[in-house]
Design a protein around this ligand. Structure first.
Ligand SMILES: NC(=O)c1ccc[n+]([C@@H]2O[C@H](COP(=O)([O-])OP(=O)(O)OC[C@H]3O[C@@H](n4cnc5c(N)ncnc54)[C@H](O)[C@@H]3O)[C@@H](O)[C@H]2O)c1
Length: 400
């Protein structure tokens, strides 16, 4: 099995978490993958990343300032794409065009149409296209899946309430946060709903199955000033959303957040099933359920997901355990990079393909589309493009 030569594109924030993953993989299975290229439009970021790779890998990747330059050198067999959202499809299409396998960070493309373009191109070129989705791979999420779908300990999922209300006072003008690409919806496509929300939409599909329809409200209730090159700018992301999420199974989810309601902060993260609930004290409505989440059943002792994890592990045969937790890795970034590299090396598919990523992000966009139209929206209509009001300006702007 030839070692997979990886190029990391976009060496910013989350690429650091991927780096820790690639390092952990290198320590256990050095023959699986090697980072041979780093690429960033801001070259010093790619240089710094290459230095960090060299420290553990022993060989320093080549450094590139553009994807075209990186692909032109012909060293890379797989690209790990960690760029801002508006570049996902452009970078992926360039790589696919060069026959390079691609893993793209969530939400894997700016809009639904962008992801479909990527999928069509990958299928035509017979190139692997994966979504980098770390959250569902964690021990607590896998244990929750087991409780709801296999062990029958909790029975059928009925629904969830993931809701957070908090108040963040407006920043004083001189302390306004610095502008970044997420603040511009032309570049990010939106805020919480599609950014961290892409993770949660994947997790809910993983735990409860496909979503039929949603009704959503997404608002910005007050301006959020920022500073851009010494000038005043504004954050365009939502500060309020609420969604009713209707699953094909009949389960119902309530998912809401705001950061601008004063006077009473509260948070609730609870999943309900026929025989009990999973209650997560983390207050994280995007990345749970976490290990400390309590499994509560009337008349039974309360246990956390981390307490129940060993019982779940015992149900796995050697092959299953190797697939879910190779080398007992438990970090989601390490697991997603391992899945990607070994899929490229062996020709098998990944767990979270671009199609799986698309189905998750389509729920997030159904919430925006519902808010834009004032109607309940089916996820199918968003996937087929029949409903495209919120996303149309983005597709037109970027020629998607
Ligand atoms: N899985 C997670 O938990 C998680 C968390 C945060 C971000 N993300 C995702 O990771 C991606 C990147 O987010 P981030 O927070 O790391 O952003 P970031 O701004 O910190 O990093 C993006 C990097 O891309 C580089 N870049 C910009 N244009 C480029 C180009 N044309 N070619 C090559 N590089 C270019 C930037 O210079 C920067 O270094 C997004 O898709 C985001 O949604 C995932």
């Amino acid at each position: 099995m030839a070692r997979v030569q990886v190029g990391v594109v976009g060496c910013g924030g989350i690429a650091g978490a991927h780096l820790r993953g690639w390092k952990a993989i290198h320590e256990k299975e050095p023959d699986l993958a090697e980072i041979v290229a780093t690429c960033d439009a801001y070259r010093p970021a790619a240089e710094r990343y290459a230095d960090q790779v060299a420290e553990y890998q022993g060989s320093r990747p080549q450094v590139y300032g553009s994807v075209a330059e990186m692909l032109g050198a012909g060293l890379v067999r797989a690209a790990d794409v960690c760029t801002p959202h508006y570049l996902h499809h452009r970078v992926a299409l360039e790589c696919i065009g060069a026959g390079v396998a691609v893993q793209v960070e969530k939400p894997s493309g700016l809009t639904v149409k962008a992801t479909k373009r990527m999928i069509e191109a990958a299928s035509k070129a017979d190139v692997l296209l994966a979504t980098a989705e770390n959250v569902r791979r964690g021990p607590s999420q896998r244990t929750a899946w087991w409780l709801l779908n296999e062990s029958h300990l909790l029975g059928r999922a009925r629904g969830f309430f993931m809701q957070q209300v908090r108040y963040e006072p407006p920043a004083e003008p001189q302390k306004a946060p610095r502008w970044h690409w997420r603040a511009d919806r032309t570049l990010s496509a939106g805020g919480w709903v599609v950014d961290s929300g892409a993770h949660y939409m994947d997790t809910i599909r993983y735990l409860y199955g496909d979503v039929h329809s949603v009704y959503g409200r997404v608002e910005q209730l007050r301006p959020h000033p920022m500073q851009k090159h010494g000038l005043r700018a504004f954050d365009e992301q939502e500060d309020y959303f609420t969604a009713t999420i209707n699953f094909e199974s009949g389960a119902i989810g309530q998912w809401s957040r705001t950061s601008v309601f004063p006077g009473h902060d509260w948070v609730q993260c609870a999943i309900y099933a026929d025989k009990g609930a999973i209650v997560d004290p983390s207050g994280d409505i995007f990345h749970g359920p976490h290990g400390k989440a309590e499994v509560r059943q009337p008349g039974e002792p309360t246990r956390s997901l981390q307490d129940l994890f060993p019982a779940f592990l015992e149900t796995l045969n050697v092959e299953q355990r190797k697939r879910l937790f190779p080398y007992d890795f438990s970090d989601g970034f390490t697991l997603e990079c391992y899945d990607f590299a070994s899929a490229v090396a062996t020709g098998r598919d990944v767990e979270v393909s671009a199609e799986v990523g698309l189905k998750a992000k389509a729920i997030a966009f159904a919430i925006y589309e519902s808010a834009a139209t004032g109607q309940a929206v089916t996820v199918d209509d968003v996937l087929t493009g029949k409903v495209e009001v919120y996303q149309r300006w983005l597709n037109e702007k970027w020629g998607i």
